[in-house]
Design a binder for this molecule. Sequence first.
Ligand SMILES: [Zn+2]
Length: 491
Amino acid sequence: MTENITVVEWSRSYIFGILKTFHIKILSMKKINLPAIFFFLLFTSISISQNSVQDSIMLKKLYSTALTDGKAYDWLDYLSNEIGGRLSGSFEAERAVEYTEEMLNELGLDKVWLQPVMVPKWTRGFKEYAFIEGSTGEKSVVDICALGGSVATPNLGIKAEVVEVQGLDELAALGKEKLAGKIVFYNRPMQADIIQTFEAYGGCVDQRYAGAAEAGKYGALGVIVRSMNLRMDDFPHTGSMSYGDTPVNQRIPAAAISTNGAEYLSSLLKLQPSLQFYFKQNCKVFDDVQSYNVIGEITGSTKPNEYMVVGGHLDSWDLADGAHDDGAGCVQSMEVLRLFKKVGYKPKHTIRVVLFMNEENGLRGGNKYAEEAKRKNEVHRFALESDAGGFTPRGFSFDGDEANFKKVQSWEPLFKPYLIHYFEKGHGGADIGPLKDNIDMLAGLRPDSQRYFDYHHAANDTFDAVNKRELELGVASMASLMYLFDMHGTR
Ligand SMILES: [Zn+2]
């Protein structure tokens, strides 16, 4: 029943749209050729409404199949619970490569292969340990974790007074005199009144990324960074950081502290500014190791040499299973190709699923894929990434020219029955970003982001945090957009 109503609604709205456009044309024309106008109106309306009817039926099929006969959740279960955290260069990352390659092979795609890429290898080592020591010697243990890429502390750890700052500007204002020999504590929280949580994240992630390199310049011994998390809890959140061009022997260790820990430390500092903080971590950097992007494709029926990509990143941080970040995006992308086969849709363009390696601490997989595409002169038309968690989809952000964006906007009514309404210009995704100069349009799935940073890069990013239905709605939305771009092309 819904299907019929939907079809009628779309036909009506499209025909009405054409009439409206046409009416404007009539007013602007000096000589009016009535029979020509009549046939133009008839044919345009019929062909456009047929298109939209066909599209709306296909979207319904994709959503129904994703919700009743999906595979993504089972794959994610295996990836999370049987393999676990998949940091680049780890044994688990290699198992994830083997597993997803095997799953793609089972789908009977036209081609499945591994694209070699060298990746960095950093290990956390033994669990980190930290405490706050008051002036009378009492100690409170707090939860920390090393930031990805950080150096270890000396064997016996570091103990020093703490200087709390709200960011890099305040750090620079304090200078060497106040910071030398101290531990710098970056405590600027994610801004709670920003609705787009990724924006709030972007507003304070510089502390994590560049905090150690900057504090090191002023003679600080180490840095502790408030976790990028809007919720108050005990999970420290890791994430990438960079020393920039700091010489190896001048690099200082960096760790994240949970939001509860950060509030506690900050309030104690107000009472006892000379308290001491101790932390010890055991991370290590090794030489680069061999790894792979996992790629599968359905060869296009009429445009086999024009490519459309759907993907996520296969690596994750090591503290948990990376179920949201980005196990969800990987299984969703694999599922798009499975759905096409399941509903019997034969794409015109070659549709590729790419599971990128090393997004978290290097982006080597994304760079490698784009490099190879350029080297082989492959024509890429469209790429879609899912790397914002497996939550209820709201829509997509698009990075491309105005003509393609207009085209995308004309598809908005097709998504209305599925509560997908966010069609905005914006970021596509980190892994597909390097394709930008060689592609018509990039897009990113935009799920509801309000809970994403509760889990992001923390020990609670586990399978149970992903809702099956929400994951599947994401799959169906992605498959629908891929279908529309394949069907109607870019430009
Ligand atoms: Zn991610």
